[in-house]
Design a protein around this ligand. Structure first.
Ligand SMILES: [Zn+2]
Length: 269
């Protein structure tokens, strides 16, 4: 092969694997099919819903739905065009997640930590940012998903499984395969923070509340950090990073307020 041909081949190859950039402009290695991950996420989300108890508390459901709706309305295509699904699980875990394809899960445990709609918006904005920044695909492309999770996912996807219900551990392992329960990389975490702040601000939630949220999480943790905290460490660096974004996100928030975006999602209990 002559040099010109080799170079052309290399450029084509590089174009194939490195053509993606994240919402903050970070180059991303994306090699997996989004459609495939979305199908896996949909199956896992359904398994979660049929395995874990769903909340029947109207106040909590309305509160979470109000915040989630306000945020997804502000997303850009293709994420604004999908029908986001929301499940609120009756569970003491201080946790929340979002999956490829537009699935959001919130545990009632986190509603005891979030003092108001702004803090809940910080949680949901962060989780949605993991989806829009394609962090699961990035992890799958790097081969950093756990093999146990992938096995469980295969079971849930119907790989020889014939029973009517999944065990909780199968469901949770499948969730881990989709990157929901395991820590994302530090770069992905801070990216989700930055992008999440922008989403919440655009929707009319105060981005400064994210600092209160992570501080509350830290305190609630005590000796044994809650699940969400252990996967989302609230370090001093994280707080500093959040504060450093105010200069950019406070004007977005003020503009949203001026546009009349003032979601009245109230914690009524
Ligand atoms: Zn995260």
């Amino acid at each position: 092969m002559n040099l010109a041909k080799l170079l052309t081949t290399l450029i084509v190859l590089l174009g194939m694997v490195a053509c993606s950039t994240s919402p903050t402009g970070r180059p991303q290695l994306i090699t997996k099919s989004d459609a495939e991950l979305e199908a896996q996420a949909a199956a896992t989300f359904n398994a979660y819903r049929s395995t874990l108890p769903l909340s029947t508390d109207r106040d909590k459901i309305d509160f979470v739905a109000c915040v989630a709706q306000a945020i997804v309305t502000e997303l850009n295509p293709p994420y604004s065009d999908i029908e986001w699904e929301l499940a609120i699980f009756e569970d003491k875990q201080v946790n929340a997640f979002a999956m490829p394809g537009g699935k959001i899960g919130v545990y009632t445990g986190i509603l005891e930590i979030t003092e108001n709609e702004h803090q809940l918006a910080a949680v949901i904005g962060h989780e949605i940012a993991h989806v829009t920044a394609r962090h699961v695909n990035e992890r799958a492309s790097r081969g950093t998903l756990t093999s146990i999770g992938i096995e469980a996912l295969a079971v849930i996807m119907g790989g020889g499984y014939t029973g009517g219900a999944y065990t909780a551990s199968q469901v949770l392992s499948a969730g881990a395969a989709l990157g929901m329960e395991l820590p994302m990389g530090r770069g992905q975490e801070s990216e989700a923070d930055v992008v999440g702040l922008e989403y919440m601000a655009k929707a009319g939630f105060d981005p400064r509340a994210a600092v209160d949220l992570w501080q509350n999480m830290s305190q609630a943790g005590g000796k044994k950090p809650p699940e969400h905290l252990s996967t989302h460490p609230a370090s001093e660096t994280r707080i500093e990073n959040l504060i450093s974004q105010w200069q950019k996100t406070l004007p977005i928030y003020n503009e949203a307020l001026a546009d009349g975006k003032n979601p009245q999602c109230k914690k009524t209990w």
